[in-house]
Design a protein around this ligand. Structure first.
Ligand code: NAP
Length: 293
């Protein structure tokens, strides 16, 4: 595994395990629990040590499955990122959400706790006061945000005693040039990722957690450039897409799979380099739309 620096003494793997849909999407689905727990264990065994999750996922059930998978493992070797949903950003709600998540995850701390998406209805000052409390209590080690603009990051930082370490955003080859207004689907606004959010994070040593690295499979569809590069490097399109992402300064990614072949394949996205010329070709590639936002 390759790593990037989250803070002075904390390294984060360039590929982590996403868990959206494991144990349900916005509602609990317990129909595949045994295989889901096994897939999480397999992923960890293969070398995924960073697990990304959220209280939203499976209405809490995803946390339970992760808790089940990790309960007998060395917790210190794992990094868990979780998120408090935008409806729970009032002071008492943040604290209650975090405690509930810890219980389900069967752990006594979350490594990186993110605000899942901004909520203009709840002042960030109140939310960050709760985050200060959680860090002070040792329930959370680091705080980050998700789907935040530069202005929202700056405001959150103003009220937080420590450094905000990460912004998780929908950045990949298909969405890089698309201004995503996610207000319609309950997330934040990720506008100007390449021109504003990413340069700001790079300049301020904030990790960018790029989510949906293969745009939920859209990037595996026929595409002249990706097909050509796949042939040239002997790598799959998923591997090319992930390699391109993590070739960028301060960018790591989280990729979801419960299929052991896909888990292995996605790890094969690292340990080799696209040439600077090919990175440039991908940088300039234009997708009209993934029709998948
Ligand atoms: N902060 C936010 O607002 C936010 C929003 C969305 C996502 N996320 C996080 O980011 C993670 C990743 O995003 P995502 O799950 O939406 O999308 P993704 O990782 O781009 O794609 C996941 C889908 O692709 C399939 N897949 C994975 N690797 C593959 C491969 N090598 N070949 C073929 N198919 C493959 C998976 O199916 P199989 O399981 O069958 O392999 C799954 O259906 C999420 O799980 C979640 O943790 C965060």
């Amino acid at each position: 595994m390759n790593f990037k620096t989250l803070t002075d003494n904390f390294q984060i793997p360039v590929i982590g395990l996403g868990t959206w849909g494991i144990g349900g999407f916005t509602e609990t689905d317990s129909s595949k629990d045994t295989e889901a727990i096994q897939a999480i264990k397999d992923a960890i065994e293969l070398g995924y040590s960073h697990i990304d999750t959220a209280e939203l996922y499976g209405a809490g059930h995803t946390h339970e499955l992760i808790g089940n998978a990790i309960k007998n493992l060395d917790r210190s070797k794992l990094i868990i990122t979780s998120k408090v949903f935008k409806t729970n950003l009032k002071y008492n709600d943040v604290i209650a959400s975090c405690k509930k998540s810890l219980e389900k995850l069967q752990t006594n701390y979350i490594d990186i706790y993110l605000i899942h998406a901004p909520n203009p209805e709840i002042p960030l000052e109140e939310t960050m006061r709760a985050m200060n409390h959680l860090v002070g209590q040792g329930l959370v080690n680091y705080i980050g945000v998700s789907n935040f603009s530069v202005e929202q990051m700056q405001e959150a930082q103003k009220y937080f005693k420590n450094k905000i370490v990460a912004n998780q955003i929908p950045y990949n080859l298909a969405t890089r040039n698309v201004n995503l207004d996610r207000n319609t689907n309950n997330l934040g606004s990720c506008i100007n990722m390449e021109s504003e959010i990413i340069p700001y994070c790079q300049k301020n040593n904030i990790i960018i957690m790029a989510y949906r690295p293969i745009e939920r499979g859209f990037l595996l569809k026929p595409n002249l450039l990706l097909d050509g590069l796949s042939k040239k490097y002997g790598k799959t399109k998923a591997q090319i897409s992930i390699n391109w992402l993590v070739s960028k300064k301060n960018i790591i990614t989280i990729s979801k799979s419960i299929n052991i072949d896909h888990l292995k394949e996605n790890l094969g996205a690292i340990g080799w380099n696209l040439s600077p010329e090919d990175i440039k070709l991908l940088d300039e590639m234009e997708f009209e739309s993934s029709n998948n936002y």
